[in-house]
Design a protein around this ligand. Structure first.
Ligand code: ZN
Length: 70
């Protein structure tokens, strides 16, 4: 999965489906700060924000946004 920052092409070690969901139950691996769950980008240190959504009767994990790192 590529970092969601438009100015960063950092590569995160997660597979993303064509529909924009992550493969596997990756929410368990996400960092959590202040109720936000995210995967930090190894390149820009930004936060790739994730949440869980219902899709096709299953709970899937989706990257829905990006926040720059400190
Ligand atoms: Zn990045």
């Amino acid at each position: 999965m590529r970092c969601k920052s438009e100015s960063c092409d950092g590569l995160l070690a997660f597979e993303e489906t064509d529909e924009g969901f992550l493969m596997g139950n990756m929410i368990l691996l996400a960092d959590e700060v202040g109720g936000k769950r995210f995967f930090p980008c190894p390149k820009c240190r930004g936060r790739n924000l994730v949440d869980e959504v219902e899709h096709g009767g299953r709970t899937r994990v989706r990257v829905f946004g990006f926040e720059p790192g400190e």
